[in-house]
Design a protein. Sequence first.
Length: 374
Amino acid sequence: MLSEKVTKQRDLEDQLFDLATAGRLPHAMLFTSQEGGGAMPLALKLAQYIFCKNKTAEQKACGGCNSCNSVQRLTHPDLFLTFPVYNKSKDSTKKSTSNDFITEFREFIIANPYASAAHWMQHITTENKQGNISADECRSIGSKLSLRPILGGAKILIIWYAEYLGKEGNILLKLIEEPPKNTFIMMVAEQSEDVLGTIQSRAQHYKLPKISSDKIKIELEKKGVDAAQAYQLAKKSEGNMHKALQLSEQTNTDYFNHLRNWLNSIYTNNGALMHGWLDASNAMSTEETKGFFAYVIHIFEQALRVQYLPEDFWSVTDAEARLIKGLINKGLKPIQCEKTTALCAKAIYHIERNVYKKVLLHAISFEVQEALVN
């Protein structure tokens, strides 16, 4: 039966490695964490430990044997990966499976194991495609896990975003309940309630906490972000490592001053200021423009916290807090924050679909002005 455990990730790792060493690791596990959380990295770390040929006395994978290296590359022959995909075949009777996207997925996860399913779908298609884990995929899983392990040890299946298992996931019930010997099924999800109840009841559930700001700061510093900037980004990311990594790539873009210029032109109805802002925005790359509107969403979401919650709950810099308080003094209301964030989310949606950017920038400026001023 499902047993939910909320624990520190380091404590959970120790517990799982203890169980693996003692041969008592659950054969079916469900790891859940918030978006940008540590569920997928934990599953991969545990898989590496299970496969490692030279485990250390401190219960760590050695990181240097062939098994460890192949897990790091996601190419271990006894490690199977299942994840949501879209059907790219024009033949409606042939459903795409994870194998059709495995090269792209390996590159995607190696680059950022904290990324979300939404970012994965954006990575593999520019169209508004919905991902799923199909019945064909579930049957393929059964075939793969029925084979003998190629290297003679364990077999591991990681189901990334198990929420995408619809009713077709019931095909896996017998396999999850009675897997082949020395086979481990690790499911990764954000929301356990969105995973089929029949699957939940057959797995041991471990719920991970938010990643600490200290850990995010350390990871950012490893990637060359200076300590002060890493501290601010870690605070702003609210436990979402993927968001922190994205923000760190945008540190050369001054979104704060760009937003301040935009708001000045909107509140003063200054055509010259707006013209300069439009020119600067149009010169941005697509990713920079998306990043800007994501930043605006963050600021207006934080405006609600600044209005109604103690400072400990704010995720803004001192300069951003001053900007938000200035907007509140101008009469900023919650409904205006909601309208602005909705407009920016719509802008990101259209930018991803290659809308003519200059027209969009004009349109959203007028719409945000109407939302905030009129």
